[in-house]
Design a protein around this ligand. Structure first.
Ligand SMILES: [Zn+2]
Ligand SMILES: [Zn+2]
Length: 270
């Protein structure tokens, strides 16, 4: 079965349809969706969606785009909520966290520093609870790598990966996986397609990042986790191998990257 390792199923674009979006994905063969938190205000939202949808799990974290409004006490709240969530089988890791050096506001010196401070504390939480991290890495590959080397989260995913082969290798050397999704379905995305084709299959996991990054066949429409199997088929075509081989390999990679998914027996028999 397919696993969507990165999704924003509580996004405003889905309105109150999040549960039916999850159910449609399940019907399409997506056995598990990992819903990202982006700020303290949606920690409970993703947790309660996971409690109500049989194929939804969740991560908790503070996203770079939410850093301007975030307060230091949100990090304390995150640590406390993570500690409590360790007994929740739907809870699988820390995310979405990272660095975004593309959005101008986030590139101002004080905001860069705040992003890095929040990333470092969230990496410490991941390390302290032995949890994987779901990383947003935008124009910040080497900076994120620097922090990962200093604060070693046990595993994780650099999502919507778009870097060089060397940077990809550096993440893999640290025990991380690389997330690929709708971007590789565009013929003009030469570098991402080359990475998806030539990187070892063992380093790759799949994601939709829905409602964003719609694949070519529905662009510019709203993306949904239901698209994950077709994205997997696109990866199989790029690599010139069978869809089943991609599905089984990526499934194993995903369980290695997100160990609590393997421990949650409910995801194994789907
Ligand atoms: Zn992201
Ligand atoms: Zn995201």
């Amino acid at each position: 079965m397919w696993i969507d390792t990165h999704c924003h199923i509580d996004a405003a674009e889905f309105g109150d349809a999040s549960l039916s979006v999850a159910a449609q994905a399940a019907a399409a063969g997506v056995s598990t969706i990992v819903a990202m938190a982006i700020e303290r205000a949606n920690f409970d939202t993703v947790a309660s969606l996971a409690a109500r949808a049989p194929n939804v799990t969740y991560a908790l974290g503070i996203h770079p785009i939410c850093i301007p409004q975030a307060r230091d006490e949100d990090l304390d709240a995150l640590r406390a909520q993570v500690e409590a969530a360790m007994s929740d089988p739907n809870f699988v890791g820390i995310g979405e966290i990272g660095l975004d050096f593309f959005i101008p506001l986030l590139c101002e010196p004080d905001m860069r520093a705040k992003q890095e401070r929040f990333l470092r504390e969230q990496l410490r939480i991941a390390r302290d609870f032995a949890l994987p991290v779901f990383l947003h890495v935008r124009r910040s590959q080497d900076q994120v790598l620097k922090h990962l080397r200093q604060i070693r989260a046990p595993s994780g995913i650099a999502h919507a990966f778009n870097g060089s082969f060397q940077q990809a290798q550096n993440f893999v050397d640290l025990g991380f996986h690389l997330g690929f999704g709708g971007a590789m379905t565009f013929t003009r995305a030469l570098q991402i397609r080359r990475l998806a084709t030539e990187l070892p299959l063992s380093s790759i996991v799949l994601e939709t990042d829905s409602p964003d990054i719609a694949p070519s066949w529905i662009h510019p429409g709203r993306n949904t986790p239901e698209q994950l199997p077709a994205i997997g088929a696109a990866l199989a075509e790029l690599r010139g191998i069978g869809v089943d081989a991609v599905r089984d390999a990526v499934h194993a990679n995903t369980l290695a990257a997100i160990p609590r998914l393997a421990a949650a027996s409910r995801t194994l028999d789907k």
